[in-house]
Design a protein. Structure first.
Length: 305
């Protein structure tokens, strides 16, 4: 079991056009030590920006027993305003052109980080849900394939792309032929499933991908359960998150499948700022103040063992 990590705390957020408010080195180091203490030694980062570079530097400087799947974030190169529920109007062509230039710079940053931190970065993910039909940062699949080839030619680590299971099943064959392993997202809660149905539905998703793409190794790059969510009602709680994690962990160990649980810490910057109980803010195994939720309150830490 691995974990997705983003270190933005209360009042912090990434750059979405007006500048970022980033966590400090001390805050990132505190997070990393918390994760190590709870036996999380493999983490997923989502981009190759300043926070990711600093995280890698801190892991090396403090000789932390953490490996990283590094992300390369891709912004929209196509206006998906007809498919994305929250895009009210087309993304201007000038913005799409600027995004393409930013993506090129991000690719080079990711390549450089993977090369410079080869002892820590064990895989690289190019794009996160940039292909699903509901996203706001769509990139045409032929461009993603070109980006994957660019990264693979430059680094020694395996390369993947993170997408929803349904996209891989329906549209993933051409991209799967390019990546070293398939990176799958699965969220039973978003699809109306109860906690009693959650694991079975996850495994149904995974088997669907395996059937569609039988010759490719597979890892789950996101699977989680929100602990607060107006969208999910009573299904969102810490007991259900703990149950889903434990059931998924048992399956992952029995099948030798890598699973990145989403996510390490709650992220209050996400979602609608006027909806504090929205699901996007509450997927963490830890609260935003870094106190553990139910699952990790019951698990002994590495230090205790």
């Amino acid at each position: 079991m691995a974990v997705a990590y983003s270190g933005f705390r209360e009042g912090q957020y990434p750059d979405r056009g007006n500048g970022a408010v980033n966590p400090s080195p001390d805050e990132i180091l505190e997070d990393l030590n918390i994760l190590v203490a709870h036996d999380f030694n493999l983490i997923r980062l989502y981009d190759s920006g300043e926070n990711s570079r600093l995280t890698l530097e801190l892991i090396r400087r403090h000789q932390l027993p953490i490996k990283v799947m590094l992300g390369i974030w891709l912004d929209a190169e196509f206006s998906n305003h007809e498919g994305c529920p929250w895009l009210d109007e087309p993304i201007p062509e000038s913005q799409l052109a600027a995004n393409t230039s930013r993506n090129a710079a991000e690719l080079l940053r990711g390549i450089k980080l993977a090369q410079n931190f080869e002892d820590i970065v064990v895989a690289v993910n190019v794009g996160n849900e940039a292909l699903v039909d509901w996203n706001d940062h769509m990139v045409p699949v032929n461009k993603v394939i070109a980006y994957v080839r660019l990264v693979k030619d430059a680094i020694d680590q395996p390369v993947t792309v993170a997408e929803n299971y349904a996209w891989w099943i329906r549209d993933g064959a051409a991209l799967a032929a390019e990546v070293d392993f398939v990176g799958v997202h699965t969220y039973p809660a978003w699809e109306g499933k109860t906690i009693d149905e959650a694991l079975a539905y996850t495994l149904e998703n995974i088997e669907g991908v395996r059937s569609a793409l039988p010759d490719k190794p597979l890892a789950i790059l996101e699977a989680g359960w929100a602990t607060v969510a107006v969208e999910f009602g009573d299904r969102a709680n810490e007991a259900n998150q703990a149950r889903y994690y434990r059931e998924l962990e048992t399956w992952a160990r029995s099948t030798n499948t890598t699973v990145f649980f989403f996510e390490a810490f709650d992220e209050p910057w996400k979602g609608d700022p006027d909806v504090p109980l929205g699901a996007e803010k509450h997927w963490g195994l830890f609260n935003v103040d870094r106190t553990p939720k139910q699952l990790l309150q019951r698990l002994p830490s590495a230090n205790a063992r």
